[in-house]
Design a protein around this ligand. Structure first.
Ligand SMILES: [Ca+2]
Ligand SMILES: [Ca+2]
Ligand SMILES: [Ca+2]
Length: 629
């Protein structure tokens, strides 16, 4: 009875609209373009775009079921649920879109799933992440520097234009990264960005520089299912992920669901009236009050501007409360994982998207890919705020975000304060003491720098010695460490875009080549050797990867801690002051068996004896030691 009424309604509605249509339906695209046989996310909601779709019917071949959900009033979009039978061969499924005056076809692809072995593995504290900006790391294919479809955006002399880095450049330097001791690559977004200059964002961002910008950074999505032609195509991306996996490395995709480019076709013609929060002419500007998303009684206007405001006042904010958009974005996340086999996803702009969306998204992703890691960018200096977004606990809003781990921004700020600005070392122990706020602090992603912050060496007070100390801390304290490309050779650069300089040696014309040992300056060589040594120690000593962190002593100038597992341990000591320090490190409470002496694996102190349950240490100014039995 109910179904008949619905049918009658659709028939009448369809007739009413079709009387206004003089032209046959015309299909221009379908998203996603394919799905997988045996996938847990089924049915898949297709967004078909074209013309004269309002009032049209959709039919599938025998054995398949399609349900029309709805079409946009202007007939340019229709949403269709496509049900994949439990048993069916992969292949092309033609869908007929029929209107009063004719019909068109959609060719939807059913693919066999990628083999799971060695793919979608997740990341852990065993991993070391290397964050690189694809456009700025290495140019492996100069033929895509100035693509035919997007000419004139390449200029290495301008910091806001494409510089030519690409997937091939990353592929060409996997050996370099593995040699450094990195296990995991995090690439900035590879979605297709706009094919011309961005006049809209530039005007708002930087009035001092009147020239427009190119979206070389990848965060201005105009096609969620495309790769940026300056970087390479999907086939090459798949090759890159496969090669990394073959070499025992992992890949993290940077996913962006909070906003689109101001040039996304949706902006002038959204698939539903509620696709975006507001419109070009009527929207909030984001105020970035992340705290308002973690408290139970925020001022409603602050919360609304933070969740629904447009970044910089110009980046169209997607409304994940729209069920069709939420389905679109979740399927898009699943699609990239399914097409490439990436091991983890970074979720950009985490607090600016409703938490209920993250929960729904994480549930769908984990159901299909139980080992996948979801890494959230909650940019906030307060551990309580960051911890609120970690999944595994339902918070006061009734939501468990499902997000596995987060960038440790609070520790990042403390690292800069201590090792660059020379603030007291107890800044570090204070932040670590807030670990009780987290469901799982051990795997937080720790870092000295990333693409939205000036390089460490641009921090006031920063020195090479300070950077070495910071690396020693980063690679021995708790967490899954992340290295921002170029920090391992001491690259400089201030605020965006200066912090996104080209890696020296990544371009065929580069005279200075820091990828090659022979091409490094003495300073670069010393830093690179220090990071490599630490990463190899981290690989050798399991306690540095998953040992419990035990603080042994801390004051303004010095800090000592141990990393301890059943199998082994390490003691790390720092002197951050500008004077030599002599101090005792108490080892009470630690069970080192019959060990009588320890060796400094960083080399400076040699062998020290344990006397009366203590280590008596003399450390030169601004140095550290790492002891194992
Ligand atoms: Ca290139
Ligand atoms: Ca493009
Ligand atoms: Ca938002």
């Amino acid at each position: 009875m109910f179904c008949k009424r619905i049918f009658l309604f659709i028939a009448i509605f369809g007739f009413a609209v079709s009387t206004c249509i003089a032209a046959p339906p015309k299909v221009s695209g379908v998203e996603p373009p394919n799905w997988w046989v045996g996938h847990s996310h089924n049915p898949v909601r297709l967004l078909i775009s074209g013309q004269n779709l309002s009032g049209a019917r959709v039919e599938a071949p025998a054995g398949f079921q399609v349900d029309l959900v709805h079409a946009s009033d202007n007939g340019t979009y229709m949403f269709v649920d496509f049900h994949i039978p439990e048993v069916c061969p992969p292949g092309e499924v033609p869908l007929r879109v029929t209107g009063k005056d004719g019909e068109d076809r959609v060719l939807f692809q059913l693919l066999p799933p990628l083999a799971r072995e060695g793919r979608v593995q997740g990341i852990s504290t065993d991993d070391v992440i290397y964050l690189l900006m694809t456009d700025r790391f290495a140019n492996g294919d100069p033929s895509n520097d100035d693509p035919t479809i997007s000419p004139g955006l390449h200029d290495r002399n301008r910091p806001r234009r494409y510089h030519g880095g690409d997937f091939q450049g990353v592929l060409d330097h996997l050996d370099y990264l593995r040699g450094l001791g990195v296990t995991t690559l995090l690439l900035t977004p590879w979605y297709d960005n706009v094919n011309h200059l961005n006049y809209i964002q530039q005007d708002e961002l930087d009035s001092l520089v009147p020239e427009p910008t190119a979206d070389y950074h990848g965060y201005g999505v105009v096609d969620f299912y495309g790769t940026e032609e300056h970087f390479g195509n999907l086939l090459l991306l798949q090759k890159l992920v496969d090669r990394a996996h073959d070499m025992g490395m992992k890949v993290i995709q940077d996913q962006v669901v909070n906003n689109t480019s101001p040039y996304h076709p949706w902006v002038t013609n959204p698939p539903t009236p509620t696709w975006f929060n507001g419109s070009v002419t009527d929207h909030f500007t984001n105020t970035y009050q992340t705290w308002s998303t973690v408290v139970s009684n925020p001022p409603p206007d602050q919360l609304k501007a933070t969740l629904e405001g447009w970044f910089f006042g110009v980046l169209p904010d997607l409304n994940q409360n729209d069920p069709d958009l939420a389905a679109y974005l979740i399927q898009n996340s699943l699609w990239w994982i399914g097409m490439t086999g990436v091991d983890a996803v970074r979720q950009d702009a985490l607090p600016y998207v409703p938490r209920a969306y993250w929960s729904r998204c994480a549930t769908a992703l984990k159901y299909e890919y139980p080992h996948l890691t979801i890494l959230g960018e909650m940019w906030d200096s307060d551990p309580k705020h960051v911890a609120f977004f970690q999944g595994g606990r339902t918070r006061f809003d009734g939501v468990d975000s499902g997000v596995d781990t987060l960038f440790d921004f609070p520790l990042h700020y403390a690292i800069r304060d201590v090792f660059a600005k020379g603030e007291r070392m107890t800044r570090l122990t204070e932040v670590l003491a807030a670990d009780t706020n987290y469901v799982a602090p051990a795997g937080l992603v720790t870092f000295l720098g990333l693409h939205d912050q000036p390089h460490f060496l641009n921090e006031p007070g920063a020195t090479i010695d300070g950077l070495k100390l910071a690396f020693t801390f980063l690679l021995t304290t708790r967490g899954t460490p992340l290295i921002y490309y170029g920090d391992e050779i001491g690259m400089r650069g201030g605020f965006d875009p200066d912090n996104r300089r080209d890696f020296p040696g990544g371009w065929p014309e580069d005279v200075h080549n820091a990828f090659q040992p022979s091409g490094r300056t003495p300073e670069e060589a010393a830093l690179h050797a220090h990071v490599t040594k630490l990463l190899h120690l981290r690989k050798e000593v399991t306690a540095l990867r998953h040992g419990e962190l035990l603080n042994l002593s801390a004051n303004a100038d010095t800090y000592a801690y141990a990393r301890v597992t059943q199998e082994n341990w390490a003691i790390i000591v720092f002197n951050n002051s500008i004077r030599r320090q002599r101090f005792d490190v108490p080892l009470t409470g630690l069970n080192f068996g019959h060990t009588q002496s320890v060796n400094d694996r960083l080399g400076g102190l040699g062998t020290l004896s344990i006397a009366e349950g203590k280590l008596n240490i003399t450390l030169p100014a601004r140095t550290a030691a790492l002891f194992t039995p």
